[in-house]
Design a protein around this ligand. Structure first.
Ligand code: SF4
Length: 394
């Protein structure tokens, strides 16, 4: 089976990336023909303003992929933007994709909802400010040619400033919660690129005639859209694309050091690039059962992040003993963390060493991905020429 998947270059990878994605990819590359790409164009759908670190982030991902065991002999590892055929197919698919399919995409709907809520807040601000603005304009010691226009402009500017202040927590931060508006960068994602990113995803998969796409449940609507685009294309121009299936895999949940989802933005992640001192600092500061204050207090391992780590890194027998002793109040959290640190380091230290070695020759790493990009391009060209013929674009 042909398997295709990509990852946005958001910088150094952490344990969450490994258990959520990479571990599965490593298994897939043993059994299938696999194409894994660094989705740098996708990174621009939301972070188009922050491209200064893009190349550095791409390098970090490349180094981590290789250190974790993605094998360029088994998998085609490449950079999305190096294969321009993704863009051509994206454009052609955008011609045949009804806008409503994209507007129903749950991620887009969330964003739209946020925008509507924002407009609502903006209107509230404007309503509250109108009298003051009028009074202000009347105080201007010059002749105002167009009162209404100036009033509107001032209201726009003030409402925008107040919304920015709201997000910065400078005014009534509870208002955001009450309105159920997330702090997502709304304005920045209300773009054509963001609306169309599932079409680019469809192109990413179908340009290689991907048959399987490893995804989490939240990505299922996107795969369904890819299938619909493939069906529509085949119906209009003749059979060219397979309808890819989602390869749903159960991934163990690894919480961040504070018990929430592991994420760089929560500052709770353990990175493969972390030194052992950094890992020790993070593990020793991990959240545990808040009711277990002393060693002899009985604990609840099922709600403790440290115990989740034991389940992943410590042997089954030892984990069972830890669970029993925690519940019975015979194990202190400091000792428990020391144990988990030991198991975690057994896992991390060979990866860290490999990472350091790989990083020393970044030119070679770049070459591996350039070669992969050429291989991918060869495949992509074959598909795009079939597409051109089918659409009479010869
Ligand atoms: S003893 Fe270990 S499992 Fe129990 S609460 Fe403390 S850290 Fe968590």
């Amino acid at each position: 089976m042909r398997v295709v998947s990509g990852m946005r270059p958001t910088g150094k990878l952490h344990l969450g990336h490994y258990f959520g994605v990479i571990k599965n990819w490593i298994e897939l590359q043993k059994k299938h023909q696999t194409f894994f790409f660094i989705a740098d164009w996708h990174a621009l759908t939301t972070a188009y303003k922050k491209t200064a670190d893009l190349q550095k982030n791409i390098e970090d991902v490349m180094v981590d992929w290789l250190a974790l065991g993605l094998d360029p002999q088994r998998s085609c590892l490449f950079i999305q933007s190096k294969v321009k055929e993704h863009a051509e197919l994206h454009l052609l698919f955008s011609m045949i994709t009804p806008k409503s399919w994209l507007e129903w995409n749950p991620t887009y709907k969330d964003m739209k909802y946020n925008l509507l809520k924002l407009q609502e807040i903006s209107l509230q601000f404007r309503g509250g400010l109108r009298d003051a603005v009028r009074e202000f304009i009347n105080m201007i010691p010059y002749k105002v040619e167009d009162f209404e226009k100036l009033e509107e402009r001032m209201l726009d500017d003030l409402a925008e400033t107040l919304i920015a202040a709201l997000f910065e927590g400078e005014i009534e931060p509870d208002l955001l919660k009450k309105l159920n508006v997330s702090k997502r960068e709304f304005y920045e994602t209300d773009t054509y690129g963001f609306l169309g990113y599932p079409v680019l995803q469809a192109a990413d998969i179908l340009i290689y005639k991907g048959e399987g796409v490893p995804v989490g449940e939240d990505q299922l609507p996107h795969i369904e859209l890819t299938r619909e685009i493939a069906r529509r294309f085949n119906y209009l121009y003749g059979e060219v694309f397979p309808e890819p299936s989602a390869l749903l895999t159960e991934t163990p949940r690894i919480p961040g050091t504070d018990g929430r989802k592991m994420s760089k933005s929560y500052n709770n992640a353990i990175f493969f690039a972390d030194s052992c001192e950094e890992v020790e600092r993070k593990v020793m500061g991990m959240f545990t059962d808040p009711q277990k204050l002393r060693k002899n207090d009985p604990g609840r391992p099922n709600i403790c992040a440290v115990f989740s780590y034991h389940k992943l890194f410590t042997t089954k027998e030892q984990t069972e003993v830890i669970e029993k002793n925690c519940i019975a109040g015979k194990l202190g959290c400091v000792e428990c963390k020391r144990k988990v640190l030991e198991s975690l380091e057994e896992f991390l230290s060979p990866i860290r060493d490999k990472r350091e070695k790989i990083k020393k020759d970044i030119k070679k790493v770049r070459e591996i991905f350039s070669e992969g990009s050429l291989r991918a391009e060869k495949e992509a060209r074959e598909t795009i020429s079939e597409v051109r013929i089918a659409m009479n674009l010869r």
